[in-house]
Design a protein around this ligand. Structure first.
Ligand code: NAG
Ligand code: NAG
Ligand code: NAG
Ligand code: NAG
Ligand code: NAG
Ligand code: NAG
Ligand code: NAG
Length: 877
């Protein structure tokens, strides 16, 4: 048999670490029994936390907002130019405008287009201006000057523009559906060209309006030119502020779409005709989408290298990404010709993986759009909609990229009805623990209705190229690889929430969380993951935890433009508790009722055949829900061995005096209260067990470690190599009920022949007497080769946590603990669970239960010393 277990990982010499409690951390206690789901900061306590240092970036970028906007001019004989129409650069040498801009009122054609100039009448900003000659004007073949149909034309320029931040083509909005609530018209003003008061480019925000309502306004005024009324090619939009003009004829009606944390203008329509400035009448615009084929084929005929994919939104957005302005969210400083940005502020972040997130699948792949969040090592939360596909439940989840795990039981909220966004939540219990990285923290559940944040993160999915942050100076490369994305999303209240499509009229209730971003995205660049967590990292004291606030139900384009509706977890805590703490619920309903004859201190029958005593709930280490009540709900019938009454068996004076005495002593190092226990063999003494000194004559160890033979020698670890270190053993006492197959009552006392003398190098370990709580962070102490003893921090867990993987019934006289840094444990019954109080005394809390071999469990079981105080008191030497 190996004398000492070798544990290479995390062994730190006791002499310089033990005794120092974790710096800056208050002593936290962990209860034996689980009654809340809001315990994840304790249950999955983080032992270490590296501070995170965020990088900061800053770079100047020039103003780019109007880089596609051109002024169309008519050169006059006296040398001046009259700017009478607007146009949009859509290719290096093509401008899109209205067909009626092909001639002016005196039937003259325009001859120049000017770009990169915000103030046409000032030379101050002319350094970026580019003015090019028009080589050819191509009106739509069906356009007639006498009507308002097909009012669209292309201008071919004499040569290519010089692509620059200030001069760059726009993209085209090619979808028939226009769901933008706001559109922008830009222009130098309809009547403002020649007038000094409106020399600079204007931006007007307009709201689209249905064509039939628009018809009513225009029928009378424009019957002649609109014989067939407004048609699908027309878009109506109105400026409800009434004080600005609709923009120039021929100029763009546009929307700015986000991608790569940049903004690209997409031309939705061309200004066709409108009413005079200062009225609230809508303007009429020619939609671009119906003319896509004509635009591309015309340009191609005229020599441009374009095809049907040129204006594909993704490809077009990426083509000029290096010339675009940044999204306002990342801009930290914006001046006329200088912008600095910080990529940490981006709204969409490409992430490689999300530890807390799973994909949910069906055996026959009937569905692949469902996701969930890991809230425990064997538990996933998702939306109820994801609990079936045409009546068939999902069969497995994948997580951390490639791992898969079968789903066991599925619990759907009983209040959920299909296709209703209420009570849309479900719990998936896994068949086995997920194989999670160490150290691992499942996501915590946010319990409050109120959320202190203004923004949370949702999870989506999309191609890499269109989503990753674009740093100026980078080169855009097409990369369709799909990737996970997180979207920083603002929280909206029920009156400000804008939901997509069929949900737009929905009444939000208290269980709904609405989050999103006002800006729209380049279409198809981000898909919201259903059932995925709405989350944020939060600090509890100085430790960062992943917290889930809600589960995404739906949201188009990842909640950009129109928002995401999510199920708040805080509204469903009671239901989750009823499922996840079900043992707790079951035992509550099975409670046995009071017996008026049983008063405090009376002997009673526990219900499991053993003798008990009526004691206050706090005096019994067994969870009260597993017990019978005596005369009231405050007194329980506690098994005799598990109740503690210092009066009944007055505590041994040495044990009672321990904390005070040790606190006053001059102490050297913590091993001073420990021994190793040895057996004489032919080849010398073999040390095999660790013991804690509790009185001058008594050492505590586990019965399983002692085995069948009696040891002869203890060595005082505080004495080092000195002559005084070795002492003779007089005898041992194992607990009479020690059960070697079930590892219960695994405790033993070792009696020394000659009493110890307390001193700097030898003093007792005090006994932990609290029956209901243990310190959250404890030291698991074990001997190792290089040091007399080494230790590792472990954290307390509930016995019910251990029970999930433990083959034998975990007793209430045992303690469950978790190794923070290791996926499994290898205990040999040597280890002891101790705690060093900030005031300097060491407490013995647990004794390792002998495991026959290394077990791949994340959890360890110890004999709970406080459950045996009566036996120790009665037998201490
Ligand atoms: C040039 O001619 C236009 C009309 O053709 C006129 O409006 C403008 O005032 C003239 N400008 C100058 C400086 O003469
Ligand atoms: C745009 O191009 C991308 C990449 O080639 C393609 O995946 C997508 O389907 C295209 N979109 C449309 C609307 O054709
Ligand atoms: C999956 O498909 C197989 C073969 O078609 C069928 O036998 C099985 O019942 C299906 N499983 C489920 C869960 O529908
Ligand atoms: C909802 O949010 C809007 C915008 O932040 C705010 O003006 C309004 O007062 C809020 N309404 C309620 C009921 O809180
Ligand atoms: C319960 O414990 C307290 C001290 O922790 C003690 O004073 C009291 O006597 C105990 N009660 C019984 C019935 O054992
Ligand atoms: C150990 O405990 C189990 C379960 O209580 C019992 O069945 C078994 O007989 C016990 N073994 C011994 C040696 O007492
Ligand atoms: C045990 O510890 C808990 C938490 O610190 C405390 O509230 C409780 O009073 C303690 N119990 C006893 C009997 O001292």
């Amino acid at each position: 048999m190996e004398i000492f277990s070798v544990r290479a990982l995390f062994c730190i010499s006791l002499s310089f670490v033990l005794g120092a409690t974790q710096k800056g951390v208050s002593v936290q206690m962990f209860p034996n029994e689980r009654t809340t789901l809001d315990d994840c900061h304790l249950r999955f306590y983080k032992l270490l936390e590296e501070p995170e240092v965020k990088p900061a970036f800053g770079m100047p970028v020039p103003l780019k907002e109007f880089a596609h906007m051109g002024a169309i001019g008519w050169s006059q004989v006296n040398g001046t130019i009259l700017w009478q129409c607007g146009g949009t650069l859509i290719w290096n040498n093509f401008v899109l405008t209205a067909a009626h801009c092909a001639v002016d009122s005196s039937n003259q054609a325009p001859d120049v287009v000017r770009f990169g100039d915000i103030n046409l009448f000032s030379a101050d900003d002319d350094m970026y201006a580019q003015q090019l000659k028009i080589a050819e004007i191509i009106r739509h073949p069906e356009h007639k000057y006498a009507s308002y149909y097909h009012d669209i034309a292309l201008l071919r320029l004499e040569k290519n523009v010089r692509l620059h931040d200030t001069v760059a083509p726009a993209c085209l909005w090619l979808d028939d559906e226009i769901r933008f609530r706001k559109l922008e018209a830009t222009g130098w003003g309809k009547t403002g060209f020649a007038e000094e008061q409106t020399p600079i480019l204007l931006k007007v925000v307009l709201e689209p309006m249905p064509n039939d309502r628009c018809d009513e306004v225009y029928n009378q005024e424009n019957t002649r030119k609109l014989r067939h009324g407004l048609q699908d090619q027309h878009l109506c939009a109105v400026d409800d502020r009434m004080d600005t003009c609709e923009g120039d004829s021929g100029g763009p009606l546009q929307v700015k779409l986000m991608h790569n944390s940049k903004i690209t203008p997409f031309i939705v329509a061309i200004t066709s005709f409108g009413s005079a400035c200062g009225t609230s009448s809508p303007g009429v615009y020619t939609k671009v989408a119906p003319y896509h084929d004509w635009i591309v084929s015309t340009m191609r005929k005229k020599g441009a290298k374009v095809d049907e994919n040129t204006y594909n939104s993704t490809i077009c957005a990426l083509r000029y990404v290096h010339l675009r302005e940044y999204d306002d969210a990342v801009i930290t400083l914006k001046e006329v010709d200088f912008t600095s940005y910080n990529s940490d502020l981006m709204r969409i972040t490409v992430i490689n993986h999300e530890n807390h997130f799973v994909e949910i699948y069906w055996e026959n792949d009937t569905r692949d759009d469902c996701h969930g969040v890991i809230i425990d090592e064997d538990t996933v939360l998702t939306i109820a909609e994801c609990a079936d596909s045409k009546g068939v439940p999902p069969t497995y989840v994948t997580y951390l990229g490639e791992k898969a795990a079968p789903i066991g039981k599925i619990h759907v909220h009983p209040g959920f009805s299909r296709n209703q966004p209420y009570n849309n939540i479900a719990i998936l219990k896994m068949v086995e623990f997920l194989d999670l990285p160490i150290p691992f923290q499942p996501s915590c559940i946010w319990h409050d209705h109120d959320i202190p944040e203004t923004a949370l993160r949702a999870i989506g999915y999309g191609r890499t190229d269109i989503n990753e942050f674009f740093y100026d100076g980078d080169k855009a490369v097409l990369d369709a690889t799909p990737t996970l994305l997180t979207m920083s999303s603002t929280i909206f209240n029920e009156s400000s929430c804008v939901l997509p499509g069929k949900y737009s009229k929905m009444q939000l209730s208290r269980e709904h969380l609405c989050i999103g971003n006002d800006i729209f995205l380049v279409p198809d660049s981000c898909l919201l993951l259903l059932g995925s967590p709405v989350n944020e990292y939060k600090y509890v004291e100085d430790r960062k935890y992943h917290v889930t606030f809600a589960l995404s139900q739906f949201g188009r384009d990842c909640g950009f433009g129109e928002y995401i509706l999510a199920t708040r977890l805080s509204s469903h805590i009671e239901w989750m508790k009823s499922v996840l703490l079900s043992a707790y619920e079951d035992t509550v309903s099975a409670l046995t009722f009071f017996d008026p004859d049983l008063h405090e201190d009376s002997r009673c029958e526990t219900g499991t055949g053993t003798e008990g005593q009526c004691v206050p709930i706090a005096n019994c280490s067994v969870p009260w829900r597993q017990l019978k009540f005596c005369s009231s709900s405050k007194i329980v019938c506690c098994p005799l061995a598990l109740s503690y009454n210092p009066q009944r068996n007055s505590m041994h004076p040495e044990l009672l005096a321990c904390p005070q005495m040790v606190r006053k002593m001059k102490r050297s190092i913590p091993p001073a209260s420990m021994v190793i226990i040895g057996w004489s063999t032919k080849s010398g003494i073999k040390f095999r067990c660790l013991g804690s000194i509790i009185t001058k004559l008594t050492v505590v160890t586990s019965a399983s470690c002692l085995g069948r033979t009696v040891p002869q020698i203890v060595e005082l670890l505080g004495e080092g190599e000195s002559q005084n270190a070795r002492l003779v053993i007089d005898g041992i006492l194992k607990h009479p009920d020690y059960n070697s197959t079930h590892h219960t009552n695994d405790i033993a006392l070792v009696k020394l022949r000659i009493p110890l003398t307390w001193g700097e190098h030898v003093h007792p370990t005090c006994l932990w007497t609290n029956l209901t709580h243990v310190p959250l962070v404890m030291n698991m102490v074990f001997p190792d080769r290089e040091h007399p003893v080494a230790f590792e921090h472990v954290t307390a867990m509930y016995n019910s946590d251990c029970q999930r993987t433990h083959p034998l019934a975990v007793q209430s006289s045992q303690i469950c603990a978790r190794s923070y840094n290791r996926p499994f444990t290898c205990m040999t019954g040597i280890d002891q669970l101790r705690w060093d109080s900030p005031t300097g005394e060491s407490y013995l809390i647990g004794l390792a239960v002998n495991e026959p071999e290394c077990s791949e469990w994340r959890y360890m079981i110890f004999t709970r010393v406080s459950s045996f105080l009566d036996w120790i008191n009665a037998n201490v030497f």
